[in-house]
Design a protein around this ligand. Structure first.
Ligand SMILES: NC(=O)N[C@@H](CC(=O)O)C(=O)O
Length: 424
């Protein structure tokens, strides 16, 4: 029997209580008089363990950038107890066997629940549906399907995928990028005055918005669920807001970087800031913050995209797309949303744990801090400010856009089924 007492933590930023954990479950919330190994949580905020809908773990295939183990270590350090591992590995997670392999690698690492995302199409080629049903029925119980990195651009394929996943309560997480308007690989800078001045190929907002608009209509037509990955523009927010008002089953996520970083950072041609979709102007950032605060955007997802130096340290147009996110998501959200009063800690729990768990169909995560619930928990010091140091990361990669920035709100402890996976 393993037991633990988290003493005096503020539950979701509200009243303080003692949380007693035994055999992986919360056994009591309130004054506790017995003896147990104790974590002094005076002044700390207790949240349900964070859930990331969008993580790239790179294994199999690119273990030079990240492995399931190092990604899990970074996730636990970021306060996560579950991550959804994107399918764009080598080989792609497009079969039941591939999904089970990722699941087993996650279990062997044992730090977070690694839930594989299945590809929508074979090899992410956008043509033939992958083994959606077999992945759903496998040990990995795949419920989220995504060709992330590529868009399911063909509307017939998207329609079929939505119809198919409906049968088992699945969801298609769409990387909304019309490749005819924003070609893969080349389009790399928000299309506007700056892209012209810098001479970088433009990635126009409308290339995202037309796909979001099409997909919500396909969701309405099929009665199925669509999830919009990494929403980056004010126009996409408007479409999602309209679709929700119609009762269409659409959910959306925003990344920490799209909540804070803006396109002008590209003026130094630093490939650290090259990401898909691209950083947008301040007006978009404002709209994304407001949409996260009012519930139009359901979740924060990291899009943690580690890249080895030999893929990232190139001239801007040749460098890989993506940035690290797992270890800095909570402090960035705290700094952008909590310090400004746009969200309270209960709101952070909603967008970083409760809603992502619900979208992904994870019934053991994102649960209330209550007796009988799984002890998947995150402890945060809300007043700790610190400077992000990319060398302190547990990720194998160093493409960290937050390096040198001061953030407020530090993860100090993570517990997976009552076992400490981060902090001391
Ligand atoms: N988000 C990113 O910038 N990169 C992603 C894939 C992608 O969306 O291009 C990656 O896998 O590196």
């Amino acid at each position: 029997m393993t037991s633990l007492l988290i003493k005096g933590a503020s539950l979701l930023g509200g009243e303080a209580a003692d949380v007693y954990v035994e055999d992986g479950l919360i056994r009591s919330v309130g004054p506790f008089s017995g003896t147990a190994e104790t974590v002094d949580a005076d002044g700390l905020v207790l949240l349900p363990g964070l859930v990331d809908l969008h993580t790239h773990l790179r294994e199999p295939g690119r273990e030079d950038a990240e492995t399931v183990l190092t990604g899990s270590q970074a996730a636990a350090a970021g306060g996560y107890t579950s991550v959804l591992a994107m399918a764009n590995t080598t080989p792609v997670t497009d079969t039941a066997e591939a999904a089970e392999r990722v699941l087993d690698l996650g279990r062997a690492a044992g730090l977070v629940d690694v839930q594989p995302v299945g590809a929508v199409t074979k090899g992410l080629a956008g043509e033939e549906l992958a083994e959606l049903g077999l992945m759903a029925r496998s040990r990995a119980r795949v419920r989220v399907f995504s060709d992330d990195g590529k868009c399911v651009a063909d509307p017939r394929v998207m329609r079929r995928a939505l119809e198919y996943v409906k049968a088992f309560g699945g969801v298609v997480s769409q990387h909304s990028q019309d490749p005819a308007l924003a070609p893969y690989g080349s389009a790399c800078c928000h299309e506007g005055q700056l892209s012209g001045e810098l001479g970088l190929p433009g990635w126009p907002s409308v290339a995202e918005e037309t796909i979001v608009a099409r997909d919500v209509m396909l969701a309405r037509h099929t009665g199925s669920r669509v999830h919009v990955a990494h929403v980056s523009t004010a126009g996409s927010v408007e479409v999602v807001r309209w679709a929700k008002a119609q009762g269409i089953a659409v959910t959306a996520e925003v990344t920490p970087h799209h909540l804070l970083l803006t396109t002008d950072l590209l003026s130094g041609y630093d490939p650290t800031y090259k990401v898909n979709p691209p950083l947008r102007p301040a007006e978009d950032v404002e709209a994304l913050r407001a949409a996260l605060a009012d519930g139009t955007i359901d979740a924060v997802a990291t899009d943690h995209a580690p890249h080895a130096r030999h893929d990232k340290e190139h001239a801007f147009v040749d460098a890989a797309f993506g940035m690290l996110g797992l270890e800095t998501a909570l402090p960035v959200v705290a700094t952008v949303m909590v310090e400004s009063g746009l969200l309270d800690w209960a709101g952070v729990a909603r967008v970083m744990s409760v809603n992502p768990a619900a979208i992904a169909g994870l019934d053991r995560h994102g649960r209330p801090l209550a007796e009988g619930e799984p002890a998947n928990l995150t402890l945060v010091d809300p007043s700790a400010s610190y400077v992000v140091d990319r060398e302190a990361s547990l990720s194998l990669s160093r493409n960290n856009p937050w390096h040198g920035r001061t953030v407020t709100g530090r993860v100090v402890g993570t517990f997976l089924r009552g076992r400490r996976t981060f902090g001391s």
